[in-house]
Design a protein around this ligand. Structure first.
Ligand SMILES: [Zn+2]
Length: 146
């Protein structure tokens, strides 16, 4: 399943950028926290090529520090990386609002927001949403004239 793997990689990339946006982390830390967020801990074979790729794209920097006598590579976002993560978050919250607010539509005639109820009508094979029957009527009248 190439598609599914691609999806998982994108999700891992998304969470990696979000985590690094919170604070710099080393590889093992990232893996553990990704595991918590995604319900499945990514393998080193997944996470290190991903980090390498992000580094190549200039989104992530890597510094070797000594933690507890051990060499650790600490990853952090670059300016560009922070921009990308902000963009992803905006895109993601747009997506979430689309999923969570399917009822929030605009009246096809006057453009006002229709939260619930409203008036639904099938016109020329398309189901359109109106705030009221009067708007639907005006809309249809307008169609005839055009
Ligand atoms: Zn209306």
């Amino acid at each position: 399943m190439v598609g599914e793997r691609e999806h998982t990689t994108n999700l891992t990339k998304f969470y990696t950028l979000l985590l690094l946006n919170e604070a710099p982390r080393h590889g093992y830390e990232l893996m553990t926290e990704l595991g918590e967020k995604m319900g499945k801990k990514p393998s080193a074979g997944q996470i290190y090529p991903l980090l390498k790729n992000l580094k190549k794209k200039g989104l992530v920097t890597c510094q070797t520090t000594i933690v507890g006598g051990k060499k650790r590579k600490v990853y952090a976002l670059t300016r560009e990386g922070r921009k990308t993560s902000a963009m992803l978050m905006t895109r993601f919250s747009d997506l979430v609002s689309i999923v969570l607010e399917p009822k929030l539509t605009k009246c096809a005639h006057c453009g006002c927001k229709v939260y619930e109820g409203g008036h639904r009508e099938r016109i020329k094979g398309k189901t359109l949403m109106f705030c009221c029957v009067h708007c639907a009527r005006s809309y249809k009248r307008h169609l005839v004239h055009n």
